[in-house]
Design a protein around this ligand. Structure first.
Ligand SMILES: CSC[C@@H](O)[C@@H](O)C(=O)COP(=O)(O)O
Length: 353
């Protein structure tokens, strides 16, 4: 699996895969400042909920790249990165962890603060890598050999730190000899599906067929889809799911055709503090992503454009939520409350290892 970035210790910088150039070019760009990382997140050079959190964490570390920098530069970097994109909760969880390190070591010497921040960023990345492996394993409890599975957007290695979320069962299944076939939604307007999912599954040798978003209903109607699996940018405490625009429509179509609709996400994408999808902020993006998305103008000047990057799928349309801590089934408020209690207990129990 290709990750979205590498930490370059010698150069004290991030080498970032510019995902806006995929699939035509795999270009790694040097990121040396929080400002450059913030721009990369805003422009979707790095994207995908877990990858955004990991990238932001390393962006905070870069605040201490200059010899004259100090805690205030770290504080400014956290605030800058917090304002990049509003929907993916991983960004805010990662920044809270970096903020906690800053508070704990604000009065330590600069090198100690820098090394502790770097260690936390690395921990966030490694925890996500392990979560991806688990998501793959739990996903394969639901997605069986020979199934044809439709997926939306891109939820693989470069959107996370390794295995991915909704793509994890495809990737792990390939390693274990479980043959899953993918229907790949192109995912307008930025085409994460046709540009990145198709690229990643081809490289992994996973059988995949690209379709336009408007074809999803047809392939379901033909009986060619056995399951739908998608990722998430934020899961609310009642089980409502914010994910790439078009996900809600797939959930409605799946229900209408009696097809299971699965969400695959690490616990870092669950927002226990947000009661429901109604409270999730949906990012609205530049209209030119729609009117000039294929390198040419495809709509008349002056037309009004609405470009939400995400939508919210009500919990009642979700068959199961696959997490790295197990598979959650309805009723989700109770299942998520039990998971939260488990996580809080673990967090307060001293480690014996
Ligand atoms: C990587 S897992 C889930 C989501 O982040 C993914 O489905 C998605 O919506 C990505 O949106 P993007 O705007 O490309 O960051």
């Amino acid at each position: 699996m290709i990750p979205p970035l590498y930490w370059n210790d010698e150069a004290f910088r991030v080498d970032l895969l510019d995902q806006t150039l995929l699939p035509v070019e795999e270009r790694w760009i040097p990121i040396e400042t929080p400002e450059q990382m913030a721009e990369a997140i805003r422009k979707l050079r790095v994207r995908g909920a877990p990858a955004i959190g990991i990238a932001a964490a390393y962006g905070v570390v870069l605040a201490l790249r200059r010899p004259e920098s100090g805690p205030e530069d770290v504080r400014r970097a956290i605030e800058l990165l917090r304002g990049t994109r509003p929907t993916a909760v991983n960004l805010f969880g990662a920044l809270r962890r970096m903020e906690a390190v800053l508070e704990a070591y604000r009065h330590a010497d600069r090198e100690t603060l820098r090394s502790r921040l770097l260690a936390e960023a690395r921990a966030i990345e490694e925890e996500d890598r392990e979560a991806g492996r688990r998501l793959g394993a739990y996903g394969l409890e639901l997605l069986k050999d020979g199934m044809r599975v439709l997926t939306h957007c891109h939820t693989g290695g470069v959107a996370t730190s390794g295995y991915g979320t909704a793509l994890a069962p495809f990737i792990l299944g390939k390693e274990r000899g479980v043959r899953l076939e993918a229907w790949v939604d192109e995912t307008r307007p930025l085409l994460q599906g046709s540009r990145i999912t198709a690229w990643e599954l081809l490289k992994a040798g996973v059988p995949a067929t690209l379709i336009t978003d408007s074809m999803a209903a047809h392939v379901m109607q033909q009986g060619w889809v056995d399951a739908v699996i998608v990722g998430a940018d934020r899961i609310a405490a009642n089980g409502d799911v914010a994910n790439k625009i078009g996900t809600y429509g797939l959930a409605v179509l799946a229900r209408a055709h009696g097809i299971p609709f699965y969400v695959s996400a690490p616990v870092s994408t669950i927002d226990f503090e947000t009661p429901s999808g109604k409270e999730i902020v949906i990012e609205e993006r530049d209209p030119r992503e729609i009117t000039h998305g294929f390198g040419q103008q495809t709509a008349p000047e002056g037309i009004r454009v609405y470009n939400p990057a995400f939508d919210v799928t009500p919990a009642e349309l979700v068959t199961a939520i696959i997490t790295d801590r197990g598979i959650l089934r309805p009723p989700y408020p109770e299942a998520l409350a039990a998971l939260r209690a488990q996580l809080e207990t673990e967090a307060t129990t001293p480690s014996t290892t």
